[in-house]
Design a protein around this ligand. Structure first.
Ligand code: PEP
Length: 259
């Protein structure tokens, strides 16, 4: 399948989302195996987004390795009386590169709306970290033919407030909600169609950013389906949940992106 956008040299990114999983000893083993499996990657960056308490461990183990690390959420506020929250500046102190914002679990389980997500996105940018903005439709929305409308609204919450340039230093992850943790993956063609749509929407406001912004696919990516998804011209890697907890799977997914 061809992209409507001319071929570019966009690097690939494969980011693991550990969600609320892990413990110190298991993490040490997983991280060591991810480091050794990532050493031969040439155009693919591997990253792990770990629970907050393990950021220090990730920093200790991954510093100087080819594997980047980051967080799964952040406060939209810079500081203050927000019990239980964590600021982007705090994440900076732990050497993070990436911060996931607007994951569908945050939207569905913690009531994060697109305006809040946009503020979180900006809070991350303000500290020089790279937000990974998650967008995607539910099954009911897809079946009602609303995929593009939903994704457009989630994207324009950021671009409407902060301009398309705000996407220049971020990453977009298209994650159909019906594919997350369900074992149901979008077909490569379904995913490519939405990725192209996203790139076209961004191009309407900034063609250069549309060309360069990395758009990841997320939703039940495994070693066995990663190759065909990443072969699509507008899929620049993946956001990986369950499979990022198994070193051999995660490394194989990174290697599939690197081909
Ligand atoms: C995710 O959590 O972002 C995700 C894509 O999960 P999974 O790979 O398990 O579907």
């Amino acid at each position: 399948m061809r992209s409507v956008f001319p071929e570019t040299m966009r690097a690939k990114l494969v980011a693991g989302n550990w969600k609320m999983h892990g413990d110190l000893s298991g993490n040490a083993k997983l991280l060591a195996e991810v480091i050794s499996g990532s050493s031969g990657l040439s155009r693919t960056r591997a990253a792990v987004c770990v629970p907050y308490p393990y950021l220090g461990q990730a920093q200790d183990v991954l510093a100087g390795s080819p594997v980047a690390w980051g967080a799964q959420n952040v406060s939209q506020h810079a500081k203050g009386a927000y019990t239980g929250e964590v600021s982007a500046a705090m994440l900076c102190e732990f050497g993070c590169t990436y911060v996931i914002v607007g994951h569908s679990e945050r939207r569905a389980l913690y009531g994060e709306d697109s305006d809040t997500v946009a503020l979180k996105y900006k809070a991350v940018l303000n500290t020089g970290l790279r937000p990974i903005l998650c967008v995607g439709e539910t099954l009911a929305q897809r079946e009602a033919g609303e995929t593009e409308r939903v994704v457009d609204a989630q994207l324009s919450a950021v671009t409407g407030r902060f301009g398309a340039q705000a996407l220049a230093s971020g990453v977009i992850a298209y994650e159909p909600v019906w594919a997350i943790g369900t074992g149901k993956t979008a077909t490569p063609e379904q995913a490519q169609a939405v990725h192209t749509h996203i790139r076209e929407r961004v191009a309407e406001v900034d063609a250069t950013v549309a060309q360069s912004v990395q758009i990841l696919y997320g939703g039940s990516v495994k070693a066995s389906n990663a190759g065909e998804l990443f072969a699509m011209p507008d899929i620049d890697g993946g956001l990986i949940g369950g499979a990022s907890l198994i070193a051999a799977e995660f490394v194989a997914i990174c290697q599939a992106a690197d081909r």
